[in-house]
Design a protein around this ligand. Sequence first.
Ligand code: ATP
Length: 238
Amino acid sequence: MSQPLLEFRHVDVFYGPIQALKAISLTVNEGETVSLIGANGAGKSTLLMSIFGQPRIARGQIFYRNDDISHKSTHFIATNGIAQVPEGRRIFPDMTVEENILMGSIPIGNRYHKEDKERMYHLFPILEERRNQRAMTLSGGEQQMLAIARALMSRPKLLLLDEPSLGLAPLVVKQIFQTLRELTRAGMTLFLVEQNANHALKLSDRAYVMVNGEIRLSGSGQELLVDPEVRKAYLGGA
Ligand code: ATP
């Protein structure tokens, strides 16, 4: 039986008078792929960012490996095995591909291991071809691969991804999800925020559906793929 790696217990978050997260409870177990799906503005990014303490949670608790991290610093969280691939990738455009990759080892004291870099090039051969190019010259899909590679350089136990398919062509999205599948097969724990419910649910062991700051539904990826409400709202079908 796998252990909970990340756990939200009744978490509330406010932006001024607006409540963005309402009594959120969810769990991501070690080795699982869990996704959070929902429409624009449902609160998905807020939930992911609250793990890093920005925004701060008003009530409830967030646990990581059974430690309460609700009020820990962003630095503490980044150096203790949680890495994030942020929405919009936020790569460093003027740096080369390789420099961007190496930046990912900062949370572990910049002590990158040569084999980690080689592993990234094995996972994303196109990044090796482009290693000396400035990151701004990459396509959107390549930039997403770079953002994932950079996050993996800190040897995370838990990888958080915010909308990895955003703005990418269908074929590229397929490629990104194939890579995510390889990572899960290798034992990585993934927590994924996505509007692309179809790909996310097919990849995920379990998923949560978020509506207006609340968890509306949860179940296995397979269950939610055939759930009438999910199909109607997020899969473009009845
Ligand atoms: P998207 O897919 O568009 O990123 P989301 O599901 O990730 O949507 P959030 O970005 O978490 O949703 O936003 C949740 C709610 O909180 C929205 O109503 C949004 O307008 C509001 N919100 C988000 N960030 C802030 C902020 N910094 N200040 C005030 N309100 C905010």
